[in-house]
Design a protein around this ligand. Structure first.
Ligand code: ATP
Length: 142
């Protein structure tokens, strides 16, 4: 049987999030979401806030929220260095909701000491976490 898998390492500042073989990987690149399958051409991309997804060797699909980072693809190996990465079922929904409310208050207040760009980025991270937290475990077709 042809091996359709490749190596994936996902690293966050505080931990190794995942290390193993996968069938597919996708991430939110600066220019849009991209997908990597076996024998993908070399690639280097920075990431934006969004969803990282992969299908492992057994067909289990995993979803992570990320706040950005870098991905390198080379020789059937993907390395993702992420600023933050939380698996869908690890996301603290109350925390994300509170973060979202804080950001919305700041944006609404229009106070002169509010850093609008920072508040908007925080809102974007919180919204992304709330969205990814709704992902449930799925299994890909064989
Ligand atoms: P908050 O306003 O709640 O601090 P933030 O977007 O400012 O959110 P980050 O700076 O992106 O937080 O993340 C700091 C650390 O906390 C990272 O390790 C990140 O994975 C983790 N983290 C942040 N929010 C959550 C969450 N809702 N659930 C689980 N982990 C989280």
């Amino acid at each position: 049987m042809n091996d359709k898998t490749f190596k994936l390492d996902i690293v966050a500042p505080d931990r190794v999030v995942y290390k193993g073989r996968v069938r597919s990987f996708s991430a939110p690149g600066e220019l849009g979401t991209f997908q990597v399958l076996v024998n993908h051409a070399p690639l280097l991309s920075s990431l934006v806030v969004g969803e990282v997804k992969f299908t492992d060797e057994d067909g289990n699909i995993e979803y992570f929220a990320t706040s950005g980072g870098f991905v390198e693809v080379r020789d059937n190996r993907v390395r993702a260095l992420l600023d933050a990465a939380e698996r869908a079922d690890e996301i603290d929904v109350d925390r994300a909701q509170e973060s979202r409310n804080r950001a919305l208050e700041r944006i609404k207040s229009r106070a002169s000491d509010t850093n609008m760009a920072r508040a908007k980025r925080s809102l974007e991270r919180a919204n992304n976490r709330l969205k990814v937290a709704q992902r449930t475990k799925e299994t890909a077709a064989a």
